[in-house]
Design a protein around this ligand. Structure first.
Ligand code: 9ZP
Length: 419
């Protein structure tokens, strides 16, 4: 008698190696598994005719019980919402189709994974990087909020990075439209990460609850740990409601002030997205226009273009000869040339020779005061157009000197836009 091959029971049907979208006629090749969720599997996907690469999210259909029905409803809602969005800081939705086993979502592929991966490798990020990422996230979130969509699950693992290190908000599975009152009271399935006090107190989720999450994210990337993580959960919820979190004392005063504003227990007191980018943390610090790919695993060094770099070295030398804060000094630290090598410029504001041991103070304080300047990285233009930037930086320096060095303005070791 012929024995039938024994079929192993699978909880999930297999995903085919080649997939055809019946709507568009496109044929895709399924690549490697890039992740698994509670209800989905994600793969790399290649369009056979164009070789374009995508991320594929596969949700199994069917199965027994009400759980599957609920999942199906959620997937439909996610598709309806996400497929209408188009913004450079939101993961692009390229299409969807289904067969009798699965629903497939074709999404933008982000080859540098997520900010969670970056933070795992880096432990903490520098303030210029945080400004860079937040600027993209605020822009994407502004787009969502304008359309009365709250994300409700902003977290580092939902911020994806493409090959150019552009940040994209993804996973809109928990996103919802807010009603005329600006709140939504829908049941939150899953485990949203950064619950705002009003959500903990069951007063509904609003756009301001997403802004709370941005505060948690900013705190986490700058300190390496989330602001609220006490166990038991009831204690954590109490801390959230009261806005009690460990003071991030080592951050710059501007970073601490912005975190305090974002983590205001009263949602109405949190800044709107429009006002957020006008905060001193953004306007008084350097924001790179792009990040190098190596910043996924090591801190980037931001170099100022040569003419400005020269001026800054001169200013540094000037400061070094004028102030004498009481801190230990090693001549080797203070006298090294910048990244561009020895300065040939004859403009003598105080040369290396003036760095005699008796006159040399601590290097770090003045250098970091300079780093608090308003210079931006986007200085590539005709030489003449740099003048206002230089003048602004020098005015800022004068202000620092007038205030008395060091100490009035807190130097921040992270905020160091030049080598
Ligand atoms: N994962 C290791 C476990 C193998 C990865 O190596 C990996 C690599 C990725 O790109 C190289 C990647 C994710 C994981 N990229 C990526 N993931 C996305 C994504 C875009 N790009 N998304 C677009 N919209 N939503 C996201 C989402 C679902 C497709 N993801 C990931 C979330 C968890 C797994 C995939």
């Amino acid at each position: 008698m012929e024995s039938r091959p024994r079929r192993r029971r699978r909880s999930r049907p297999l995903v085919a190696a080649f997939l055809r979208d019946p709507g568009s006629g496109r044929v895709y090749r399924r690549g490697k598994l890039i992740g698994k969720g509670a209800f989905s599997r994600c793969y790399k996907l290649t369009d056979m005719s164009t070789s374009a690469v995508f991320a594929l999210k596969v949700v199994p259909l069917g199965g027994a019980g009400a759980g599957w029905l609920r999942t199906q409803g959620k997937v439909e809602r996610e598709i309806a919402l996400h497929s209408r969005l188009q913004h450079r800081n939101i993961v692009a939705f390229h299409g969807h189709f289904a067969d009798c086993d699965h629903v497939y979502m074709v999404l933008e592929y982000c080859s540098r994974q997520s900010l969670a991966h970056v933070l795992r490798a880096r432990q903490t990020l520098t303030e210029p990087e945080v400004r860079y990422y937040l600027r993209g996230l605020v822009s994407g979130l502004h787009y969502l909020h304008q359309r009365h969509i709250v994300h409700r699950d902003l977290k580092l693992s939902n911020f994806f990075l493409n090959k150019n290190m552009e940040v994209k908000i993804g996973d809109l599975g928990l996103a919802a439209k807010v009603g005329p009152g600006g709140r939504c009271h829908g049941v939150l399935c899953g485990t949203p990460n950064f619950l705002a006090p009003e959500v903990v107190s069951r007063n509904g989720h609003s756009c301001q609850s997403d802004i709370w999450a941005l505060g948690c994210i900013m705190y986490t990337v700058l300190t390496g740990a989330p602001p609220f993580m006490a166990s038991p959960l009831s204690e954590m919820y109490q801390n959230i409601r009261e806005g009690h979190y460990p003071e991030p004392a080592h951050l710059s005063s501007n970073a601490r002030r912005l975190i305090t504003r974002l983590l205001a227990p009263d949602p109405a007191e949190r800044p709107s997205l429009d006002l957020l980018l006008q905060d001193d943390f953004f306007t008084q610090g350097f924001t790179p226009d792009r990040l190098p790919a190596h910043s996924c695993h090591s801190p980037p060094i931001f170099a100022v273009p040569p003419p400005l770099g020269r001026i800054f070295r001169k200013v540094r030398q000037l400061l070094l000869t004028q102030c004498r804060p009481p801190c230990p000094f090693t001549p080797k630290e203070a006298s090294g040339p910048g990244k561009d090598g020895p300065d040939p410029d004859p403009m003598k504001w105080g040369g290396e020779s003036s760095l005699s041991a008796k006159a040399v103070p601590c290097l770090e304080a003045p250098v970091h005061l300079v780093a608090h300047g308003t210079l931006q990285s986007d200085l590539a233009g005709p030489e003449g157009s740099w003048r206002p930037e230089v003048e602004a930086a020098l005015r800022h320096l004068q202000l620092c000197l007038d205030m008395g060095l060091p100490g009035r303005s807190q130097p921040n070791p992270q905020d160091h836009p030049f080598s």
